[in-house]
Design a protein around this ligand. Structure first.
Ligand SMILES: *Cc1c(COP(=O)(O)O)cnc(C)c1O
Length: 218
């Protein structure tokens, strides 16, 4: 983690802890890592409950997995939930807004996931129109604690050249980010992109958040 952090300038490291038991997450926290990513609501719930029982108040949980609408309430109740990186449909956006009262924190950062690799098994907003509508829905809710914070993407998995594919995805996300900022007059929209195998490329392309798991925990 220290080595990774030395490679970051202004970007944030989300340490993806989905592979490991809570004791390992605790160790990383005690070394000063505060941001952790989980992709299953049940696991996140368990880990967050443990952290709460230990009064580890500075932890920031990032949800990064596919979120089913029937798990939304459980997720929103997670103590110290900081961000959701994987909002992949208008329907999910509607459900989140509907269930907002289950969220007890001060603010929740939302990232909309864009399927830039166009692989069918990946989730993510496929059309710019759906992305517009999802962003618009959050922005139009008065007094909401939900913040339109950024866009997220992943490079292709099935590819002969992951570097070329990842670059293509990251550049596409940047173009979409610029368009959305302009369309909605936003002063910033962050980029969540880059995992163990392609985080260096993501940093070079201006990632604000990288999500790194296996490199740290495996
Ligand atoms: C697992 C996961 C990561 C981390 O992947 P590594 O290759 O282990 O670094 C990042 N983002 C998402 C959405 C993930 O599911």
């Amino acid at each position: 983690i220290k080595k990774l952090k030395s490679e970051l300038k202004k970007s944030e490291l989300v340490a993806v802890s989905k592979y490991v038991p809570v004791e390992d997450v605790e160790m990383a926290y005690q070394c000063g890592q505060l941001d952790f990513g989980e992709n299953r609501v049940v696991d996140l719930h368990e880990k967050a409950a443990y952290f709460r029982s230990k009064e580890y108040k500075s932890v920031r949980w990032h949800f990064i997995g596919h979120l089913q609408t029937n798990k939304v309430r459980e997720l929103l109740k997670v103590p110290n939930l900081w961000a959701i990186h994987s909002i992949d449909s208008l329907r999910l956006t509607e459900e989140l807004l509907k269930r907002e009262s289950d969220f007890k924190g001060p603010e929740l950062k939302l990232f909309f996931q864009v399927n830039t690799s166009h692989e069918l098994e990946k989730t993510g907003l496929e059309s710019i129109d759906e992305l517009h509508r999802a962003i618009e829905l959050v922005l139009s809710k008065k007094g909401t604690k939900f913040k339109v914070h950024g866009l997220m993407t992943m490079g292709a998995i099935r590819t002969d050249n992951f570097e070329v594919s990842a670059l293509k995805s990251f550049r596409e996300l940047k173009i979409i980010r610029d368009q959305e900022m302009q369309k909605f007059g936003l002063s910033e929209l962050k980029l969540s992109m880059g995992m163990s195998q392609d985080y260096k490329l993501a940093l070079a392309e201006g990632a604000d958040y990288i999500r790194v798991g296996s490199l740290i925990f495996k």
